[in-house]
Design a protein. Structure first.
Ligand SMILES: [Zn+2]
Length: 385
């Protein structure tokens, strides 16, 4: 009997060790995949002279990946950002995702991120609280900046960005990050937590992610409603603090309500457009035009559901559509790198966008804006002092 107990105990121990050692990396490797890799022999003559390459949306902080080492899986790490001549990546915080996630309809009853946080042996508070998970991921980014000895910095104000631009003009290996939230559910129904996240450096917030929450309706929720009374207070307070509103994942009614209330320009951090790729998560022409009128910014995705294709040409086609309707200064890249999806390529494949945008007839000056200049200019106008 004693022998059996020892054997069972040993087997359980082995399983536990295997689970914590391999499960998180297994999910990272199998969820964050690419459809193509750029050929090393390909040359993109003026790519490296683009002054500011940037992307509006990346979920890398969700994964326990060494930021300072180049990986052959996932989409973003510091060496790959530098190789791609990236000046800025916005790092977004995913803090709750329902099981069986789909773009049509999800409730908020289940959550995969608590389990992932547990499997990664993140602090116990993160296993149970979306707010703690978000704060942990935010701290990670500052930790990267500290450890980078100046190669990577976190930008939270207009003066940070201005200083970064001056420094980078002398040293093009410098790169930076900003922080955004994917879903305001991590405020945990407490408006004062907005100050907590503002003080932690969060500069844009998507009100909803894959489920309806206490502030408003998701494009993929059950009711898909508009702003709640609490949500209206949240929008006003975000305007006061100059936290940009991200309309990605918002239900059409929520977008209407926010457009009627907000006094500031908006972004859609990672999306596609119904005019090219008609599905539940993409932006209608009506909303596209309203965002353009407010001098907002639309980040076009690098994955199949956003653009109905699996290559740079598909993304360039949607970018052309947006530029033709609301202007070339209002469109950008919103990759959704590391968002548990297959992207066309990882960060090192960004030169493929240059080629695809040229084929869509954009000029060099226009391509420089689309590849990052517009993101730089938007945040120079809209970040807090
Ligand atoms: Zn998303």
């Amino acid at each position: 009997m004693k022998k059996i107990v020892i054997i069972i105990f040993a087997l359980v121990s082995v399983c536990v060790v295997l689970f914590f050692s391999y499960a998180p990396r297994y999910f990272d490797e199998t969820k964050n995949i690419v459809t193509t890799r750029i050929a090393e022999t390909d040359r993109y003559p003026w790519y490296d002279s683009i002054p500011f390459i940037a992307d509006l949306h990346c979920d890398m902080l969700l994964w326990d990946r060494d930021f300072f080492r180049q990986h052959n899986y996932g989409h973003v790490d510091l060496p790959r950002m530098q190789q791609a001549n990236m000046a800025l990546q916005v790092f977004t915080i995913v803090s709750k995702v329902p099981a069986g996630i789909n773009i049509e309809r999800n409730d908020d009853k289940s959550d995969q991120i608590g389990l992932l946080s547990f499997a990664q042996l993140r602090p116990p508070a993160t296993w149970f609280s979306a707010k703690e998970r978000a704060l942990h991921q935010i701290n990670q980014l500052y930790h990267f900046a500290d450890k980078s000895r100046g190669d990577f910095r976190v930008l939270t104000s207009r003066s940070d960005l201005t200083q970064f631009l001056a420094d980078r003009s002398k040293n093009s290996s410098l790169t930076s990050g900003m922080l955004g939230l994917e879903g305001a559910h991590c405020l945990e129904n407490e408006i004062n937590n907005l100050d907590v996240f503002y003080n932690a450096g969060v500069r844009y917030i998507g009100i909803t992610h894959f489920f309806d929450n206490e502030w408003g309706g998701s494009a993929h929720g059950i009711n898909k409603g508009g702003l709640t009374d609490a949500g209206k207070i949240l929008i006003r307070k975000m305007n006061e603090l100059k936290i940009t509103i991200d309309l990605a994942h918002a239900s059409p009614e929520l977008i209407d309500n926010i457009l009627a209330l907000t006094t500031q320009p908006l972004i859609v951090s990672h999306t596609g457009v119904k005019g090219v790729c008609d599905n539940q998560r993409n932006l209608s022409d009506k909303h596209l035009v309203e965002i353009g009128k407010r001098n907002g910014l639309v980040g076009i995705g690098l994955w199949e559901t956003s653009v109905c294709g699996t290559d740079a040409a598909a993304t360039a086609k949607s970018i052309r559509y947006v530029a033709d309707r609301i202007g070339v200064k209002n469109v950008a890249l919103g990759s959704d790198f590391d968002g548990a999806i297959g992207t066309h390529f990882d960060a090192t494949g960004l030169p493929l966008m240059l080629q695809a945008l040229e084929k869509e007839g954009f000029t060099r000056a226009e391509i420089e804006l689309i590849m990052g200049g517009n993101i730089r200019d938007f945040f120079l106008r809209n970040l807090p002092e």
